[in-house]
Design a protein around this ligand. Sequence first.
Ligand SMILES: Cc1cc2nc3c(=O)[nH]c(=O)nc-3n(C[C@H](O)[C@H](O)[C@H](O)COP(=O)(O)OP(=O)(O)OC[C@H]3O[C@@H](n4cnc5c(N)ncnc54)[C@H](O)[C@@H]3O)c2cc1C
Length: 446
Amino acid sequence: MKVLIIGGDAAGMSAASRAKRNNPDLDVTVLEKTMDVSYSACGMPYNIADPDRVIDDLVVRQADVFRDKQGIHLLTGHCVESIDPLRRTVAGISIQGKAFQFSYDKLLIATGGSPIVPNLDGFDLPGVMALKSLDDGRKIKAFIKANNVKKVIIIGMGYIALEMCEALRARSIDVDMVKPGPVFLPWMDTELSDVVRQEVESNQVKLHPGYKIQKIDVEGGRLKVICSDLTLEADMVLVAVGIKPNSELAAEAGLDLGIKDAIAVDRKLKTSDESIYAAGDCADAYHVVTGKKTWIPLALRANRAGWAAADNICGNAVELPGVAGTAVFKVFDLEVARTGLTLDAAKKSGFEPAKVVIKTRSRAHAHPGASVIHVQMVGDQKTGRLLGVQMVGKEGVAHRINAPAVALHNQMTVEAYGQADLAYAPPFGPTWDPTLTAANQLLKRI
Ligand SMILES: Cc1cc2nc3c(=O)[nH]c(=O)nc-3n(C[C@H](O)[C@H](O)[C@H](O)COP(=O)(O)OP(=O)(O)OC[C@H]3O[C@@H](n4cnc5c(N)ncnc54)[C@H](O)[C@@H]3O)c2cc1C
């Protein structure tokens, strides 16, 4: 059987490796348009923070290892331009300009996402960059070095924007952040997002939410981000306003698209075509809380979907339960984490949500070195179900989010979660874990 995979990063290479492990005789070909495969995009902000680290450190497995040790026919510099589902072929062009065509029995689309770049004047100027691929990371590092960058404007305030503002400040680069939306972190409870905002501002980052960007200009070698009532100047502009799924190939081939134009897949990662699967940032998924389709582009689910697609292709039927939207990021000294639904999302999904926000400690009473942990918990008044948790603090937040995430996968009620036997010792938290205290408080409201 010929298995063809488009895209050679998290989902694509996980699928290729898994397929070969399942069946070493399988003919597996991967077509990747760039020269990089299997790297940690998530590590790029931390690598950019350190001028002495080479960005290629982030490559998890070299292309030759896939070829020589795993027997995967991996072709870099091969950009797929079309899929013909009737003939079961894909066609494209190589980096050397040579047209190619491959046939398949089963196809996996693992084309990921692309950064959204506003269709405004000046977003194509040199020094206006986005961070998605390893090559973007290379270019950003090279630009900072070559131009001795002292000031950067970041457009956007999502998690990549915030990780990058920390990375740039670590290199003593001044940072202004600007975005059209008026609210700093709109998905986060105000009490918690105020803590993040203070942390960012106390690291001399200037935040400008609520400014509609009109264009970018260049004057005297400096870039100018021109907004309605504000003009900001810098040596470099980083555009970090989100990503969109790379689903054009699928759409042109007549496959169904779903939420946010991601490729619609079932729980087996199969698209609307029997022979075509899709996995990772290009595809949608089920949300374990709502049971409805969602699109949350993150690394674990891309790797997992790659595995599951490979298993299904190899005839080992697997159905994925879905995602809870569990995510974590670091910004300066803060850990910020979330899982499940926000209050607003819960309302929109038909729940009758109530929330609680509590402040507790990261270590036991009187244990030295404690800091504050803020927890917001959302539950459903109709069913008592736990719906979502957000947390912010200097320690003990990142991995603590995993307990409520597992509870969401199991549709636990707030009451049942409150009875969970969670670990305790003074250096790691109070006797009542912060999430248990939140559950106990929330129980009074639902
Ligand atoms: C800076 C940054 C930080 C991040 N941090 C985190 C984090 O902390 N935690 C987390 O969970 N996630 C994080 N992510 C997101 C995570 O990296 C992605 O969810 C994950 O890489 C998705 O994997 P994927 O294989 O679906 O897509 P991608 O990694 O985008 O891979 C898709 C591949 O397909 C190739 N391709 C696209 N079109 C074609 C074509 N037509 N022909 C051939 N090849 C094609 C692309 O070149 C690319 O190599 C981060 C992302 C970035 C950019």
